[in-house]
Design a protein around this ligand. Structure first.
Ligand SMILES: [Zn+2]
Ligand SMILES: [Zn+2]
Length: 136
């Protein structure tokens, strides 16, 4: 059902050939400090938002890389074959959900993360929103 009042956001890769449009507010917004996320993003933590798979519409071709996280969970990362930017991923134990790296929306007004995981691996200078749920 198309809801005319629903927020719609589009995330794209660097070159614009791969995009995902998500309808409605995300069901979860989190950051992860694990080493797998650090290496994958090239940053000091990952930030991502999750939607039900049915609320997301993908356009363009992607390549896939299956990554095993610090605790053994596997996720399928989809990135643009031209520019290499990851635009979405699916955790194998959560096939009905889709996660999008927040930076791909290029929207500084995107809502703040509510959950912070793997803080054991957090860089000392990184600060997390006070009201977020914290997990080691
Ligand atoms: Zn691209
Ligand atoms: Zn992680």
């Amino acid at each position: 059902m198309l809801d005319l009042f629903m927020t719609t956001r589009t995330a794209t890769c660097s070159c614009g050939k791969l995009s995902i449009t998500c309808e409605g507010e995300p069901v979860r917004i989190s950051i992860c400090h694990c080493l797998a996320c650090q290496r994958r993003t090239g940053s000091t933590y990952s930030a991502q938002a999750r939607w039900p798979r049915a609320s997301a519409n993908i356009e363009g071709h992607s390549s896939e890389y299956v990554l095993t996280g610090d605790e053994g969970g596997r996720a399928r990362f989809h990135f643009c074959p031209t520019c290499g930017a990851t635009v979405y991923y699916v955790n194998e134990d959560m096939p009905d959900a889709i996660a999008v790296p927040i930076g791909a929306f290029a929207d500084p007004s995107f809502p703040a993360p509510k959950v912070s995981v793997y803080e054991l691996r957090k860089h000392a200078w990184v600060s997390v929103p006070e009201d977020a749920e914290h997990y080691d």
